[in-house]
Design a binder for this molecule. Structure first.
Ligand SMILES: O=C(O)CCC(=O)C(=O)O
Ligand SMILES: [Fe+2]
Length: 302
């Protein structure tokens, strides 16, 4: 894949520059991760591959679907069109501070390679079992479709890199429910009264801890750590996204000026005009070479 001179690859900064600071740690949003021509080329490749059709959506698992027990059982590696440029660019991202911030209060650092001298710079897959994504799930969302709140679970190393193509989308992130103690148990004593009040407070706090992440076409969203393990994510099945502003969109400050203008012009409402396609890059923990499993000669993998 080549870039024309008018469409140079993006200059990427260290990850701290893309941190969504209003979210629990850690999430990073990189606008214009892919150029328009790279996005068009990628969409062209995707359109040539077969889709698995669900009730409201279609998807493509590459290089293969996971088994029910969460294994990647294949001798194939990711097809080249999903590796270049996306995986290469993901692997080129690094933390200037040598590791992901351990506290959301840690301050962003510049791009100097000099920090933490002697320590190797860490990327997002440095400590994952295969040190790179080995699986991509492609999802297609026509306007009006979404995905229910869910967590991605234990089959993957807890890092997700999502590339968005086509239209925009809003990812809704909510904390996993704490144990619903006493919720259906409104008996008559003073304890229950205080439990009830505590539940109301919990509910209100949970409402306040809902987050919207606006994903522009060509962007990359990285969620990891507590964002992966302690939260659910989903997409509302609506044709118009509403209630968008500086206070509700967690990555507002990282959006393109033009996008913010469009949202403001619409009074916080944005119509989904185009089909949005997402590519979620992850490292599946358990990989087995199907050739070896079935007694043949393994072909190895990337
Ligand atoms: O399309 C997205 O952005 C989310 C997809 C997703 O949550 C998943 O594939 O698990
Ligand atoms: Fe998911």
């Amino acid at each position: 894949m080549s870039n024309t001179p008018s469409d140079p690859p993006p200059t990427l900064l260290s990850l701290e520059n893309y941190s969504i600071k209003s979210l629990p740690r850690n999430a990073y949003y990189i606008p214009s991760f892919l150029t328009p021509s790279e996005s068009t080329t990628l969409l062209g490749h995707i359109s040539k591959h077969p889709w698995t059709t669900l009730t409201h959506r279609r998807l493509q698992p590459h290089p293969a679907p996971l088994t029910p027990s969460g294994h990647l059982l294949t001798a194939k590696s990711l097809p080249e069109f999903l590796v270049t440029p996306v995986v290469e660019r993901i692997l080129s991202l690094y933390f200037a501070s040598s590791s992901p911030p351990s506290s959301s209060s840690s301050s962003p650092t510049g791009d100097s390679n000099e920090s933490n001298e002697g320590k190797k710079k860490e990327g997002i897959f440095t400590t994952s079992p295969h040190t790179r994504p080995n699986h991509v799930l492609i999802n297609e969302y026509p306007p009006g479709t979404g995905i229910s709140p869910h967590e991605d679970g234990g089959a993957y190393f807890p890092v997700v890199c999502t590339v968005s193509l086509g239209g925009h989308i809003i990812l809704e992130v909510t904390p996993k429910k704490k144990k619903a103690h006493d919720e259906n148990n409104d008996d008559d004593d003073a304890n229950d009264q205080s439990n009830h009040t505590a539940n109301e407070t919990n509910k209100r706090e949970e409402e306040e801890r809902r987050y919207k992440i606006f994903q522009e076409p060509g962007s990359l969203l990285i969620t990891m750590d507590e964002m992966y393990t302690q939260h659910l994510h989903g997409i509302l099945p609506v044709e118009v996204d509403e209630g968008l502003d500086e206070g509700t969109v967690a990555n507002w400050g990282l959006l393109a000026e033009e996008t913010r203008g469009r949202i403001l012009e619409g009074g916080g409402r944005v119509k989904r005009e185009e089909v949005r396609i997402s590519l979620t890059y992850r490292d599946v923990l358990k990989v087995k070479d199907a050739g070896k499993v079935f007694g043949g000669r393994g072909l190895g993998r990337r």
